[in-house]
Every structure is written in structure tokens, then in C-alpha cells.
Design a protein around this ligand. Structure first.
Ligand SMILES: [Mg+2]
Length: 339
């Protein structure tokens, strides 16, 4: 099998700021194998870079083999090639799932035996001035839950301001920006403001800090940057209430499915998140969204220039296309984004 690689730079409608970085544009890599396409959105906080993705893909072509259905074998060959490189591995496996689905004439969710129902997703409000964040909230009234980026000085005040403009539940994501005691103090106040869940309150390596926050938090604490693959799960059991799975971190759908099932065995809550990425990457994740508790797949919705049509958000729910495979097609020029 041959692999074609193309880079693509996309832009959030508003620069997307979290506690440790701001994204004004993002260059992703599209991988095409046979009839399929996959996307690598480098997971920067894990040492995954655009250059690293491109270098890995060059090497990976040599181990693709000839059988697109041999996903298990390919996944093992990719792991033997190099550890990490999860966003590139995800792109390759997604392209093959897309190819297989098209060969068989079935949407990916059906290939996986899943329901494909439309599920609620959060809308993420990046950091900004209180006015910018309120404007963002009020411009998206159709969502049933919002995810607010926190983890910076003044975040409690930002949240109080946003609360004046909606009664809907908030999730917050500190992206590791708090210290444990500060986190507990802020989370308690935020819970009183209708925050129902908190993501990555303390830095990724501070597992004892995570455990401390979880013990003292009145709302579920979800690990995001602290968990990449199922190998990270044993250390988190008993220290957090749940995990946020992203295909760019897990290395693809197969590992994401393993993580979901392992997490369930330990009674962990499961969230499915994303990167700033196009509808190729988002649609791949959306095909397994019916399996999780909390869906946060607005990465393509946040873009001003997503060149693809795939899963789409309407009335706060993410809907799957019924076309075979991923179901992603180039966006027709006259098609409005996220109708
Ligand atoms: Mg997060």
C-alpha cells in the first residue's frame, strides 16, 4: 500500500487560548491510503511535532504491507518502528478504517458495531477577556453544555461573569495550570457556580496532586494530559474519576476502544476530546462517541476554514454522515459550515 502525505494549515475563528498556549493557526497532516483519509494533528504537549509526524510517516510507508484489513498487524509494526508518534499512527489507522468502510460500503460506526446516534457535545470557550468570552458564549446558544478554559489568574472571576449569561452546565479545563490546594479551593467555588466536571487541574506528572484534588473535589476530576494510552491507566486508577481520550494521544481508534473498555472495568468516567483539527479527525472520533459519557468534539466547529464535511454539529449534538467509511468529503464551496 502507498501512503500520500499533505500538510494543511487551518485557523480557529478566534485564536484559541488555553492556560499554557494560544493557537492562531494549526498545520495538520492529511494521510491518504487507498480510498481512505486520516488526519494527524500533532499533540504538542506530548512532544509530538509537525516535523516528527512527517518523519514518522516517511518511515511508516515501509511497514504498511499489502493487506488493509490487517489492522492489528499494522498497529504492532508501527509500534515497533517507534514509540510515541501517536497522532501519525492515528492518521494511518484512520485512513485504513476509512478505506475498509468504503470497500465494504458501510459507515465506520456500523463496521465497529456501534449505534451512531447523535450525542450532545460541549462547545469550548477559550481564554480571553470577559467580554470576548461572553460574546463567544452568547454566539453559541444551541449547546447544552459549555467547556470553559481556566487555569490562569482571574479564572474564577471569568466564570462568575459567564454564569451571569447562562443557566447551562459548565465543564472547566485548567490544562494543568493550578497547584493542588489552589485547585481544590477554586473547584469548590466553581461547583457552586454550576461547574459539573473539571479536567486536568494540576500538571500532568503530579499524580499525587491529582489524587489530592480528586479526594477533595465535589465534582468529577478528569485526567487529560496525564493519560495518553492504556499503559497510563493503572497509575490513574484511584487517583482520578475519569479520563479524557483523544485519538491524537492514543494512536488511533483501536487503542481508544481498548482504553474505553479498560476504563469501564475500573468504573472510570470516559470523556472523548479532540485537538484543533479538521472534520477528518473529528469525524473519526465521532464514530465512537456513543460509547462515552462526555463528548467534546468541537475542534472542527471552531475552525473558520475547515475544508471538509463530515460529522456536523446541530442543536448542540454531533451527527454522523451515513456515507461509507468515515463519510468525509471535500466541503462544497457553497455549503455553509455547520448548518
Ligand atoms: Mg483538556
Amino acid at each position: 500500500m502507498r501512503l500520500q502525505v499533505e500538510t494543511l494549515t487551518v485557523h480557529p475563528a478566534r485564536p484559541f487560548a488555553i492556560s499554557r498556549a494560544t493557537t492562531a493557526e494549526k498545520t495538520v497532516v492529511l494521510v491518504r491510503i487507498g480510498r481512505g483519509v486520516g488526519e494527524a494533528a500533532a499533540y504538542s504537549s506530548h512532544g509530538d511535532t509537525l516535523e516528527g509526524v512527517l518523519a514518522f510517516l516517511k518511515q511508516a510507508e515501509g511497514v504498511l504491507g499489502d493487506d488493509p484489513f490487517d489492522l492489528e498487524g499494522l498497529e504492532q509494526r508501527l509500534h515497533r518502528l517507534a514509540a510515541g508518534h501517536t497522532s501519525a499512527k492515528n492518521a494511518i489507522l484512520t485512513a485504513l478504517y476509512d478505506h475498509i468502510g468504503q470497500e465494504l460500503g458501510v459507515p465506520l460506526y456500523r463496521l465497529l458495531g456501534l449505534s451512531g446516534e447523535a450525542v450532545p457535545t460541549s462547545y469550548t470557550i477559550g481564554l480571553g477577556t470577559p467580554e470576548e468570552m461572553v460574546r463567544d458564549l452568547e454566539a453559541h446558544p444551541e449547546f447544552s453544555v459549555y467547556k470553559i478554559k481556566v487555569g490562569v489568574p482571574g479564572d474564577l472571576e471569568l466564570l462568575r461573569e459567564l454564569r451571569r449569561h447562562t443557566d447551562k452546565p459548565f465543564r472547566v479545563d485548567a490544562n494543568g495550570g493550578w497547584r493542588p490546594k489552589e485547585a481544590v479551593r477554586k473547584i469548590r467555588e466553581m461547583a457552586d457556580l454550576g461547574v459539573v466536571l473539571v479536567e486536568q487541574p494540576v500538571p500532568p506528572d503530579d499524580l499525587e496532586g491529582l489524587a489530592y484534588v480528586t479526594r477533595h473535589s465535589p465534582i468529577p476530576v478528569i485526567a487529560d494530559e496525564s493519560v495518553h494510552t492504556s499503559a497510563d491507566l493503572p497509575a490513574l486508577v484511584g487517583r482520578v474519576d475519569g479520563i479524557n481520550i483523544k485519538l491524537a494521544k492514543s494512536g488511533g481508534l483501536r487503542e481508544a476502544l481498548r482504553m474505553i473498555h479498560i476504563a469501564r472495568a475500573f468504573h472510570l468516567r470516559v470523556m472523548l476530546g479532540c485537538m484543533v483539527e479538521t472534520s477528518v479527525g473529528i469525524t473519526a472520533a465521532a464514530h465512537i462517541a456513543s460509547l462515552v459519557d462526555d463528548v467534546d468534539l468541537d475542534g472542527a466547529y471552531l475552525l473558520a476554514d475547515d475544508p471538509f464535511e463530515g460529522a456536523w454539529i446541530q442543536a448542540g449534538r454531533i451527527h454522523l454522515p451515513q456515507r461509507p467509511g468515515l463519510g468525509v468529503i471535500p466541503r462544497a464551496a457553497e455549503t455553509p459550515k455547520n448548518p
